[in-house]
Write a protein that binds this ligand. Structure first.
Ligand SMILES: NC(=O)c1ccc[n+]([C@@H]2O[C@H](COP(=O)([O-])OP(=O)(O)OC[C@H]3O[C@@H](n4cnc5c(N)ncnc54)[C@H](OP(=O)(O)O)[C@@H]3O)[C@@H](O)[C@H]2O)c1
Length: 309
């Protein structure tokens, strides 16, 4: 079977498509014939060697996919061959990640695709949707609380706005001028200019500071002045630089929710109900994966880049 591989760390040029043995599902696992797998910032970290791992290369990147159930392993009762599904995949395991024709995952990482979503659209939901679900669960904000989101036009940021609204929060989101309409269309109540001065911009519209902030732009401690005394921040990359005024920093790891099937199923339901927008920027054949990495690294991509198998 065909798979994208990282044979050694480096730039996009190291990416290859290889022919690998078919993986076999064990007890409690499902094998999926992949139709679509997204390219995410974490793939770039894996490719460039910024994600620590003791596993030897080659690595198969990719953390989310959609496709058709191919084989169910012993003990799996909730999936059947032929079913259209989406899944989160943790690539730092011997079997590798999502960017392959056939991928084996635990059954708890798999749910049906949302109503009316194509497989390409469905592939954009599991990993980033679960990341935001995890962040919001850590923050545990009551309805009516104010949440700020940096990187709001991105995949994590967009779901943070939309899941924040589902939770009854008031959402303040950042945007470049060209993204303002997009960020408003996702449901942001207040839009502020993005950039190094975002904390001051947020304080201008929320003088007491927001209750919590999801830092999808990975701006780090410069966002702290936006948060009220004793508030909270959800960090999606390693937070360095401490905190102030009793603000709690939560380190978000989507791997904590990789087997949270109930959370993934709720994301499916919300997308099917039109409350989550599945955004696809462009599709690529696996042989063009290096081009997808270059585009993502250049910035400015709105919606996900998706490999179609
Ligand atoms: N911890 C976890 O488990 C986990 C899970 C998922 C994602 N993540 C991380 O979450 C982050 C966001 O992921 P994503 O998929 O949402 O990325 P994305 O789609 O590229 O979105 C990032 C957004 O932030 C903006 N941005 C970047 N630097 C900025 C800055 N200095 N000021 C203001 N805006 C800035 C980007 O704008 P431009 O495109 O214009 O640069 C983009 O709109 C990544 O670092 C990713 O690795 C972590």
């Amino acid at each position: 079977m065909k798979a994208v591989i990282i044979p050694r760390f480096g730039g996009p040029e190291v990416l290859e498509v290889a022919d690998l043995p078919k993986p076999q599902p064990g007890p409690g696992e499902v094998r999926i014939r992949v139709a679509a797998a997204t390219v995410n910032p974490t793939d770039i970290s894996l490719r460039s060697g910024r994600r620590p791992t003791n596993l030897p290369p080659p690595y198969i990147p990719g953390m989310e996919l959609a496709g058709t159930v191919d084989v169910v392993g012993p003990g799996v009762s909730d999936r059947r061959p032929g079913e259209q599904v989406m899944a989160i995949v943790l690539p730092l395991r011997p079997q590798g990640g999502a960017q392959a024709e056939l991928v084996v995952v635990p059954a708890e990482s798999v749910v049906p695709v949302p109503d009316r979503a194509t497989l390409v659209e469905a592939a954009t939901l599991p990993m980033n949707g679960l990341t935001v679900r995890r962040a919001l669960d850590l923050l545990a904000l009551p309805a009516g609380a104010t949440l700020a989101v940096t990187g709001a036009a991105g995949a994590v940021g967009g779901y943070a706005i939309q899941l924040g609204k589902v939770a009854g929060l008031r959402v303040v989101a950042d945007a470049a001028p060209a993204d303002e309409a997009l960020v408003r269309s996702l449901g942001a109540d207040i839009v502020v200019p993005r950039g190094h001065d975002v904390a001051r911009a947020i304080r201008t519209v929320v003088p007491d500071g927001v209750d919590a902030l999801i830092d999808a732009a990975v701006q780090g401690p410069t966002v702290l002045p936006a948060v009220r005394d004793g508030g909270q921040v959800a960090a999606v990359r390693q937070w360095t630089g401490g905190t102030e005024r009793g603000i709690r920093i939560h380190q978000v790891a989507v791997s904590d929710y990789a087997r949270n099937q109930a959370a993934l199923d709720e994301l499916r339901r919300l997308a099917g109900a039109g409350k989550l927008t599945l955004r696809v920027a462009e599709t690529f054949l696996p042989e063009r994966v290096a081009e997808a990495h270059r585009k993502l690294e250049a910035g400015g991509v709105r919606g996900r880049l998706v490999l179609v198998f």
